[in-house]
Design a protein around this ligand. Structure first.
Ligand code: PLP
Length: 310
């Protein structure tokens, strides 16, 4: 089967990452991937999305991302005219047309807009879109080599009683506030707390704490990250205990190792928390094992799906 055509009306290659988007049933360059200002996804953050990555020409754990995306649609009472196979086809086409071997692939459903600007969400026509751009990471190369510097913010992550965190969402004002708090403290990124003052999550990542050989991660008020799930799976394979529980600030500060997880970068090390060096400022042995196995698994056909580039 041949690839569909890219609709192109003008070029502006410098203002957007190189890539291809699918919206309104067309494949377009990223500079043409535009949504209406009347879309409630934009006006009210009324949307859900997912991000899957492609590494060396293969999607990683796409099935889990699709499960989470479709579950989010159902919880938000949204409907799209595509099933799982059709979405897989759209994502395949976006990546193949972009030509990227390593890609950041996002699928989005917004509430859309209603013809008469009705405030009733049931009147809106839901809108699906997707795009593939070059792979991006929370941590850059230097940070991967030496470990990130995180600062715990006093900003409370939006509580699960307000917004269900199992629905991947764009409620990021708290995370952005946390980032500015972190920059003021000279740190590179942030960790928000939950309503009890315990650790929640950061902008685009889940957090893991290692103490006496046991790995823990917050059990509530966080996105159930696919990479978080992957860390559970990898730890099981490595014979390392990994549990979800409440993590206090003090427990995190006393950790032997800290690492974060995200589709945008995988498993990434943290060697500085607030003003403290974590694990003597060195990358830890458990982080190193999990990180290695995470990337090895990208070659396992059970966990990956090859992109059809032609
Ligand atoms: N937490 C938040 C708030 C996120 O936005 C993300 C990813 O974007 C994550 C955690 C990590 O989730 P995943 O591993 O599925 O990328």
């Amino acid at each position: 089967m041949s690839l569909p055509e890219v609709t192109q009306t003008y070029r502006d290659p410098h203002h957007y990452p190189k890539g291809i988007a699918f919206l309104d049933d067309q494949y377009v360059p990223m500079n043409q991937a535009k949504v209406s200002v009347l879309d409630y996804g934009f006006l009210h953050s009324d949307a859900t999305y997912d991000v899957v990555h492609v590494w060396k020409g293969a999607f990683f754990r796409l099935d889990l991302h699709l499960d989470r995306f479709f579950a989010g649609l159902e919880k938000l009472h949204m409907a799209i005219p595509y099933d799982r196979d059709e979405i897989t086809e759209i994502l395949q086409n976006c990546v193949a047309l972009s030509g990227h071997r390593d890609a950041y692939v996002e699928l989005i459903c917004t509430r859309g807009n209603s013809p008469d600007f009705s405030r009733d969400p049931r009147d809106a026509i839901n809108r699906f879109m997707a795009f593939a751009i070059p792979f991006g990471s929370v941590a850059n190369k230097d940070q991967m080599d030496r470990g990130l510097h995180l600062a715990i913010s006093d900003t409370v992550r939006i509580p699960p009683s307000s917004v269900d965190p199992s629905i991947k969402n764009y409620h990021w004002l708290d995370l952005v506030q946390g980032l500015y708090d972190a920059y003021e403290k000279g740190a590179e990124t942030t960790l928000l707390v939950n309503g009890h003052g315990n650790i929640a999550e950061g902008p685009g990542f889940n957090i893991f704490c290692v103490k006496d050989g046991v790995v823990t991660t917050p059990d509530s008020g966080v996105l159930l990250g696919i990479t978080r799930q992957t860390v559970f799976d990898l730890c099981a394979e490595l014979g390392i205990t990994c549990e979800a529980t409440q993590i206090s600030r003090d427990k995190l500060i006393a950790a032997d190792e800290i690492f974060i997880s995200s589709t945008a970068g995988g498993v990434m090390p943290v060697t500085r928390l607030n003003d403290y060096a974590v694990g003597g400022g060195q990358l830890g042995p458990i982080y190193t094992q999990v990180h290695r196995l995470y990337w090895d698994k990208h070659n396992d056909p059970a966990w990956s799906l090859r992109v059809r580039y032609e």
